[in-house]
Write a protein that binds this ligand. Structure first.
Ligand code: BGC
Length: 424
C-alpha cells in the first residue's frame, strides 16, 4: 500500500512539473477536468469538478421527467439512487403475499373488506410516487390517470367513493380491499416524509375508523415506525414500510409486517466511489463492474444497474420479511464485496443531506457514508438541511473552491440549478 502511494505522489509531482513546463499552472481539459485527481486542489475549475446527485434524482416533480442538464452538468456527473419501480413492485407483492397467507384472520372486524391506510412521503418525489403506485397496483386498488397509475392522496375513503382509487382484490382471496385513507405526510413548515405527521395521522384515522384498518402501509420506515409505535403495534395490525432501517427490521420480531431494503450499502458506496474514480482519473466502473486493485467489485444485475443515457446508477432492492429479517439487522454494515481499503490520496468532498432528521438518510445512509469515506480516503464535510428550503443548504456552499467534489441531495428534485449555479 505504502509504495503505491509514493508512486501516485511521484506522478502528481511529475505532472505538476510538466503542466508548469507547458506554461500554465491551470489544469488542461485532458488533465484534471476529466478527472486526474493528481492535480492539486484549487487548479480545477469548480464547473469541472465531479458531482454526484444522490437519493433525489434531478427531475420535474410534477411530470417525473429527468433533468438532463443537471445529469450532464459535466463529464463527471452521475446520479446514484435505486430502482424505484422494481422496489415498488416488490413492496406491493410483499403486501399482497401477506394478505394471501393471512386471508383467514386479516379482516379484523369481519366486514368483508380488508381496509388499509397509506402514508405518502412526498407527492412530487419519484420514489414516493412509485411506491404508492406499486402498492395500489398489487392490491388492485389502482385507477389509471391517462396512461399511468394515479398516485394522488385520497384523504378519507371509508365509503369507497374516492375517484383516485377503486376497491381491489388479490388472487385467491375472497375479500374486497379498500384504501380507507391516504395522505401526504408533510408538516406545516413544509418538511416531507414527516414521521411525526404520520404518527398524528394514524391517531386520527384510528380514532374515527380504527376497527376497519387491517393493514398500515407507508412509503418509508420512518413514517411506518411512527404509525407502528403510535397504534398498530399494540393493536397487532401489520405495518409495512420501506428502507430496512435497523429499527424497522428489529420491529419485525414484534409484528411489523415487512420492509424493502433499497441496498443502501451499495448506494452509499456508489455515491462516493464515482467521485473517487473521477478524482483519480480512472474509468468510472473501477471497483464497480471492474475489480479494483484492492479487490472491490459489485455485480451488475444483482447489486445495481447502470443507465448510461440517464447517467444513473440504480441499486436493486430486496424484500425483508419475517422469513429473512435476521440477515438485515444492521443496516449500517458496509457491503462485504466492496469493503476493502483504497490507498489513493486524500480528497475533500462537500456532501449535503436535504433534511437532517430524515430517518433513512440519518440512521442508515449517513453512517454508511462515514464508513466508506474512510475506506476511500475522502474527507467529507456533511451538511444537514432543514428539509424545507434549498437555501438553507446552498448558503453553506459559500466557497466551492475548497472542495474537490460534491455530493448533492436536494430538498426538491426540481432544484438542481440552485446548486450548479454555484459551481459555474
Ligand atoms: C427513502 C425515504 C427518504 C427519502 C428522502 C427515499 O428514497 O426511501 O425514506 O425519506 O428517500 O429523499
Amino acid at each position: 500500500m505504502k509504495s503505491r502511494k509514493v508512486i501516485a505522489l511521484g506522478l502528481a509531482a511529475a505532472m505538476a512539473f510538466s503542466l508548469a513546463a507547458c506554461g500554465g499552472g491551470k489544469a488542461s481539459k485532458g488533465g484534471s477536468s476529466s478527472g486526474s485527481g493528481k492535480t492539486a486542489s484549487g487548479t480545477v475549475a469548480n464547473k469541472d469538478k465531479p458531482v454526484v446527485w444522490y437519493n433525489r434524482q434531478p427531475s420535474n416533480s410534477s411530470t417525473g421527467e429527468l433533468d438532463s442538464n443537471a445529469l450532464h452538468f459535466n463529464d463527471n456527473t452521475y446520479y446514484v439512487g435505486f430502482d424505484a419501480n422494481q422496489g415498488a413492485e416488490l413492496q406491493g407483492t410483499m403486501i399482497a403475499d401477506y394478505i394471501k397467507a393471512h386471508k383467514d384472520e386479516i379482516d379484523r372486524n369481519g366486514d368483508g373488506v380488508i381496509g388499509y391506510v397509506l402514508a405518502i412521503g412526498d407527492i412530487g418525489h419519484n420514489d414516493s410516487i412509485a411506491r404508492t403506485r406499486g402498492v395500489r397496483k398489487a392490491l388492485g386498488t389502482a385507477v389509471k390517470d391517462g396512461d399511468s397509475i394515479d398516485y394522488q392522496a385520497v384523504g378519507t375513503n371509508t365509503d369507497g367513493s374516492a375517484k383516485d382509487v377503486q376497491d381491489g382484490k388479490v388472487d385467491g382471496v375472497d375479500l374486497k380491499i379498500r384504501e380507507l385513507a391516504s395522505q401526504e405526510m408533510k408538516n406545516s413548515a413544509g418538511a416531507t416524509w414527516d414521521a411525526a405527521t404520520a404518527g398524528n395521522a394514524i391517531q386520527s384515522w384510528s380514532s374515527s375508523f380504527g376497527d376497519q384498518i387491517d393493514i398500515v402501509i407507508s412509503n418509508n420506515d420512518g413514517m411506518g415506525m411512527s404509525m407502528f409505535n403510535a397504534w398498530s403495534k399494540e393493536k397487532k395490525v401489520p405495518t409495512f414500510g420501506y428502507d430496512a432501517n435497523s429499527d424497522a427490521v428489529a420491529a419485525i420480531a414484534d409484528g411489523y409486517g415487512g420492509t424493502i431494503s433499497q441496498h443502501a450499502d451499495v448506494q452509499a458506496y456508489l455515491t462516493l466511489r464515482v467521485l473517487r474514480n473521477a478524482l483519480d482519473g480512472v474509468d468510472v466502473m473501477t471497483g464497480i463492474s471492474k475489480k479494483d486493485d484492492a479487490g472491490n467489485v459489485l455485480e451488475e444485475g444483482k447489486d445495481y444497474r447502470y443507465d448510461e443515457k440517464e447517467r444513473s446508477f440504480y441499486a436493486l432492492n430486496l424484500a425483508v420479511t419475517a422469513d429473512n429479517y435476521q440477515d438485515f439487522t444492521d443496516s449500517t454494515k458496509v457491503y462485504d464485496p466492496v469493503s476493502k481499503q483504497l490507498s489513493s490520496d486524500k480528497k475533500k468532498v462537500w456532501l449535503d443531506i436535504y433534511n437532517s432528521s430524515d430517518n433513512f438518510l440519518g440512521s442508515t445512509y449517513q453512517p454508511l457514508l462515514q464508513k466508506y469515506d474512510d475506506l476511500m480516503n475522502l474527507d467529507v464535510e456533511y451538511i444537514g438541511g432543514d428539509g424545507q428550503t434549498e437555501s438553507n443548504i446552498t448558503n453553506r456552499l459559500g466557497n466551492p473552491s475548497q472542495y474537490d467534489a460534491f455530493a448533492i441531495n436536494m430538498v426538491k428534485t426540481d432544484n438542481a440549478a440552485s446548486y450548479t449555479a454555484l459551481l459555474q
